[in-house]
Design a protein around this ligand. Structure first.
Ligand SMILES: [Mg+2]
Length: 290
């Protein structure tokens, strides 16, 4: 198998839906680190949230924030990036990282949302106090403050009908914005998604390795479907909170036996085992099709 590149969702996938713990996946994460297999975090979380979380995960690779809005690449990365960018596209210099953005800024989104909000019932992060976010998510005070430092997306707590959400999404699409449902919120965002950013970073690794990479994507939610549909190996991690999302036009999607980080570890260790044992990492019959 060509070199493996993992792109993983966090909440409900690598992190437990209820406790946000990654403990069940920690040994497999360590194995990836030792084998220099890039593990790209691909999440609706913010840059500010990931800085702290990456330390807990011992994470050293690039990461994708706010549902594909931007890729951050540590300057220590072995991707051979040059100051100011490379032949693929220009990169912004953000302290210890290079950044590639795929979306308009959040402040522009909030202006548009304010113009359209008459006739809809919802509460956006920009309308909420820190305590509101704590009550809704169970995050600590510090974690909630980090979650509110958003650069490219505005999460909405939708308090209206699904039909109204559809109408609101149609109005936003005229402004080149979209809504994606995450675990707890509807995220207003640009037209970027997790798959676009995943394919962009996979292209960088392809150039760095000098050969194509095998992409493996893991996610549990509707906002992971694009990423799952574009990955070579697609894994839906079973959720205790909702039914598995359907990935259209694919009949080879794996559904894990276990929930959250346990399911994550189950799928990644199986691919590691298969890739060590055979040249082709096609899933065997013991995997349950979705
Ligand atoms: Mg998730």
């Amino acid at each position: 198998m060509s070199p493996l590149l993992i792109s993983t969702d966090l909440d409900g996938t690598l992190l437990d839906h209820h406790t946000y713990s990654h403990a069940a996946a920690a040994p497999v994460l360590e194995a990836l680190l030792k084998q220099h297999i890039p593990c790209i975090l691909n999440t609706s979380k913010t840059f500010a949230e990931l800085i702290e979380l990456r330390q807990q995960l011992h994470h050293q690779d690039a990461f994708i924030v706010e549902n594909g809005a931007a890729v951050y690449i540590p300057k220590t990365s072995q991707l051979g990036l040059l100051p100011g960018g490379n032949e693929i596209s220009p990169l912004e210099d953000i302290g210890d990282y290079w950044r590639k953005a795929f979306a308009p800024s959040r402040s522009r989104m909030i202006d548009i949302i304010q113009e359209l909000r008459d006739g809809y019932r919802f509460t956006g992060f920009s309308d909420m106090a820190v305590q509101d976010v704590i009550d809704l998510t169970g995050l600590s005070d510090a974690q909630a403050r980090l979650a509110m430092q958003r650069e490219y997306t505005e999460p909405l707590l939708w308090q209206d009908s699904p039909g109204a959400l559809k109408r609101f999404a149609n109005e936003l699409s005229d402004m080149d914005l979209q809504i994606q449902r995450g675990g707890r919120f509807a995220h207003v965002m640009g037209l970027s998604d997790k798959s676009q950013a995943m394919l962009w970073i996979a292209d960088l690794y392809t150039k760095a390795f000098g050969k194509a990479v095998t992409t493996m994507a893991l996610g549990d939610g509707q906002n992971d479907v694009g990423m799952l549909s574009k990955a070579d190996i697609a894994v839906v991690v079973r959720s205790p909170a909702h039914p598995p999302p359907k990935v259209p036009d694919r009949n080879d999607v794996w559904l894990t036996e276990h929930y959250g980080p346990e399911g994550w570890a189950e799928a990644v260790s199986k691919v590691l085992k298969d890739s060590g044992a055979q040249t082709d990492a096609a899933p065997d019959a013991s995997q349950k099709p979705q």
